[in-house]
Design a binder for this molecule. Sequence first.
Ligand SMILES: Cc1cc2nc3c(=O)[nH]c(=O)nc-3n(C[C@H](O)[C@H](O)[C@H](O)COP(=O)(O)OP(=O)(O)OC[C@H]3O[C@@H](n4cnc5c(N)ncnc54)[C@H](O)[C@@H]3O)c2cc1C
Length: 466
Amino acid sequence: MTNVLVVGAGPTGLTLAVDLARRGVSCRVIDKEVTFPAGSRGRGMQPRTQEVFDDLGLIEAVHAHGSVYPPIRAYQGGEVVWEGTMSEYVEPSADVPYPNPWMIPQWRTAQLLRDRLAEFGGAVETGTELVGFEQDEDGVAATLRRDGVNERVRVAYLVGADGGKGPTRRMLGVPFDGETRDDIRMLIADVRVEGLDRDHWHLWREPMIGLCPLGGTDSFQLTIADPDRELSTIEQLAAYFAERTGRTDLGLSGLTWLTVWRPNVRMTSRFQVGRVFLAGDAAHVHPPSGGQGMNTGVQDAYNLGWKLAAVLRGAPEVLLDSYEQERLPVAAHVLGLSERLLARRTMHRGHEERQLGITYQDGPLAVDDRPSPGSVVAGDRAPDGPCGDGRRLFDVFRGPHATVLAFGAECEGAVRVTDPEAFRIYDVEPGTLVLVRPDGYIGVITRDAGRLGSTGWYSRDAAMVS
Ligand SMILES: Cc1cc2nc3c(=O)[nH]c(=O)nc-3n(C[C@H](O)[C@H](O)[C@H](O)COP(=O)(O)OP(=O)(O)OC[C@H]3O[C@@H](n4cnc5c(N)ncnc54)[C@H](O)[C@@H]3O)c2cc1C
């Protein structure tokens, strides 16, 4: 029997499919579309998402196909009137190897995820739509439609990663609270531009028009705030651009994608109903301000994947409850952040958007029994650092398993950490044991090896979590 049906092959569904495939969980991933979407869309990959992709074995491919955000150059016609950056460039450090947002078009991210899925023998079933489901105590019976023919499939779990307009949430009867604003419109298109350097993000004002070179491609993302007339062809875009910026010397061509976007800020109050889960845009939709939407969806999937695998292998089912308990507060927080950035309409991005500070400290899986915890506590992201044996912690974490770090201590099955830099980063005393979850968050900090097994999901027999 297929264990998990993933509905929707956007970044969220694909991340989950890759994570399940590498754990050997049998899974089908379907998408109603026949062809894969073009479009730069979520082109800002935040540092935490890069860490997820490092763990999934994808970071080299991601870094081979994108770029850091270029500096911004603002013009009045052809004259440069301002130069600056969207965010300060941060040097990589021992604990944060990828501190800067990475620009990579969403179509490329999805392609890389599909390629990775193929390496595990998986593939997206395109042109296959979820049209209904019922669930009982033991599983979910779903109806899929392909080429007008219905198929019934029974699975243990169904994950709706079917985007803001997908049917899973509706079929569950879960409301999508929030608002869609009609007072703000942004046209976004992928085009080619002759005569403009690719080393800057170029901006003009009144109306705000941007041309941002898309790393790893020969296209630019064109943005036009509140265009006052219908623009749908490359000829209309080129004429409008020349008229409003005065730059008749630049040639726009090669339109591959265009959308008119309105801020849509909505969230569901449930991420799980029985054996059905919601993830990504299906659970929360964001304004693109701050580049959080795709990133939050990828991290939903990464939070859920190991839990589904662990429960399918015999861990207590209550582990799955922690998905909503951990991710709902994060999504709510991130939505507030996206909205604040939209209200400020600022180009500047700070530390919070990088998503490295996301923590599950208040969640049900965090156990920290030290009398006086340090600056890093259970529930926090497990930082990178040197082990002391030539390896980096991220090398040790990479893959589907959980890891026990024994700081200056012996513990069966643990990785012994001796480098003083790692003690500093984790802010721990010698003798401390740190259990790092398969998704790179700290599950337990203790001095008592007996506490590690009390989690319910960890056992030294790594099969439980791999
Ligand atoms: C203009 C724009 C700019 C953006 N910029 C950013 C950014 O800079 N950074 C960022 O992080 N995010 C950004 N986002 C948001 C980002 O694109 C979304 O958050 C992201 O696509 C969500 O991924 P997802 O996989 O959850 O959903 P989606 O990408 O929407 O994928 C859902 C999939 O489900 C499929 N589906 C739907 N119904 C069914 C069904 N019944 N059966 C089978 N399949 C179905 C759809 O065909 C689709 O392929 C932007 C969005 C837009 C529109």
